[in-house]
Design a protein around this ligand. Structure first.
Ligand SMILES: *[C@@H]1O[C@H](CO)[C@@H](O)[C@H](O)[C@H]1NC(C)=O
Ligand SMILES: *[C@@H]1O[C@H](CO)[C@@H](O)[C@H](O)[C@H]1NC(C)=O
Length: 188
């Protein structure tokens, strides 16, 4: 009896060590980039929506005077809209590639494809590594999907609140995906 208990706790300890090791193998460049890319893409998509557009979030409850309780919230940051955006945000990862900072040699994934409204065209291509081909952007997409799945609620509540520094909050504080990366390096 006692023995089997000890054995069980050893087993449990072993399992947690093993899973921690697997956890630790999460490629930080990949996952941190994915997290920041999600924030950046959402920020961009939210800004595109006319701030005057609102959506009814009816509670179907009555006010004391008998009228229907009804609330309007800006569409852009509504849960409905954010959920919709999250559904295909990871498809945008095909616009990203591994970027090596020419000065610091630091690696991260960065958007290389210009946005619809970006007239500056393709930027400093020589600092991107496309060598790995679609495989690299597929792994970013995969990381993106796991970030979205795991932190969907946090992402929605941060964006719904119009919180400042969403990227730092989500990617460093909440998820810890960007551990080694200095907080607020500014540019995404
Ligand atoms: C969000 O997007 C706007 C413009 O679309 C940009 O000016 C702003 O810097 C972005 N914020 C973050 C945190 O990326
Ligand atoms: C994906 O990128 C396109 C092009 O920049 C943009 O219009 C769209 O809003 C982005 N989608 C999401 C879900 O962020």
């Amino acid at each position: 009896m006692a023995l089997s208990l000890i054995r069980r706790s050893i087993l449990l300890a072993l399992i947690s060590v093993v899973s921690e090791t697997i956890e630790g193998k999460k490629d930080e460049v990949l996952y941190c980039s994915a997290c920041r890319a999600v924030v950046d893409e959402l920020n961009y998509s939210i800004k595109k929506v006319d701030p005057k557009r609102t959506i009814h979030v009816g509670s179907f409850r009555l006010n004391p005077d008998g009228s229907l309780k009804d609330k309007k919230v800006p569409l852009a940051r509504s849960e409905t809209h954010l959920t919709e955006l999250l559904e295909d945000v990871c498809n945008n990862m095909s616009d990203y590639a591994l970027y090596v900072d020419p000065d610091t040699k630091e690696k991260r994934y960065k958007r290389f494809a210009p946005r619809d409204d970006d007239k500056s065209g393709f930027g400093d291509f020589q600092n991107f590594q496309f060598g790995e081909g679609p495989e690299a952007s597929n792994s970013l997409k995969f990381a993106c999907e796991s970030v979205v799945e795991e932190y969907e609620d946090d992402i929605i509540s941060l964006f719904a609140q119009e919180a400042d520094h969403v990227a730092d909050k989500l990617c460093s504080e909440v998820s810890g995906l960007c551990k080694g990366v200095p907080v607020s390096r500014g540019e995404l």
